[in-house]
Design a binder for this molecule. Structure first.
Ligand SMILES: CC(C)(COP(=O)(O)OP(=O)(O)OC[C@H]1O[C@@H](n2cnc3c(N)ncnc32)[C@H](O)[C@@H]1OP(=O)(O)O)[C@@H](O)C(=O)NCCC(=O)NCCS
Length: 158
């Protein structure tokens, strides 16, 4: 495995949207479709970051940078690449960019039922900060996670 990070190009939007549908939005209406990914790719405040193993898409992250915070919209790693540090590497890139931009608050929402992802974010130093009822199409609650990049540090890799 030789994972390299790089910004997504327009031709990557289809594969990213497909991964979002199967790995993140399964059982919910598909909102992160190709059109929405393309909008992010062309939005200067948004980063669509890919982790590639050769030509293969192993994972991706989408984040939006605001003046006072960074919001993580999506993160997914293909099952064949999970538990190999790909998610942690994508997050480290985003966190470093946020710090460089002088923005130290990072937050996101995750499906309440997604315990593996909640464990992942906690391991990276995020704290759970409340529930948003029916956030996902009225069908599922979201848990909000927050990390202050100034005061918290992620646990080192095992
Ligand atoms: C959540 C997700 C992004 C994690 O990516 P990953 O590349 O597998 O994570 P990493 O290998 O970088 O894991 C870093 C640490 O997080 C924790 N972690 C990761 N996956 C975990 C899991 N399934 N269960 C418990 N802890 C987990 C572990 O502490 C891990 O370190 P370790 O493997 O040394 O024990 C990935 O499982 C995924 O894509 N899931 C489906 C989509 C999703 O849920 N996205 C998040 C919501 S948008």
């Amino acid at each position: 495995m030789n994972i390299r990070l790089g910004l997504a190009r327009r031709g990557d939007a289809h594969a990213i949207a497909d991964m979002s549908r199967t790995l993140v939005e399964h059982g919910l209406p598909w909102t992160w479709n190709e059109r929405r990914i393309l909008r992010c790719i062309s939005n200067p405040d948004c980063v669509v970051l890919m982790a590639r193993d050769g030509r293969r898409l192993a994972g991706f992250a989408i984040a939006e940078f605001f003046d006072d915070r960074t919001h993580l919209n999506l993160l997914a790693v293909r099952p064949a690449y999970q538990r190999m540090g790909v998610g942690r590497t994508l997050m480290a890139w985003l966190e470093s960019s946020a710090r460089t931009a002088g923005t130290f608050l990072m937050h996101l929402e995750v499906r309440a039922s997604n315990q593996p992802a909640r464990d992942f974010y906690r391991r990276l130093g995020f704290s759970e900060g409340g529930t948003r009822r029916g956030y996902y199409a009225g069908r599922e609650d979201a848990v909000r996670l927050v990390r202050d990049l100034k005061v918290t540090s992620a646990s080192p890799a095992a």
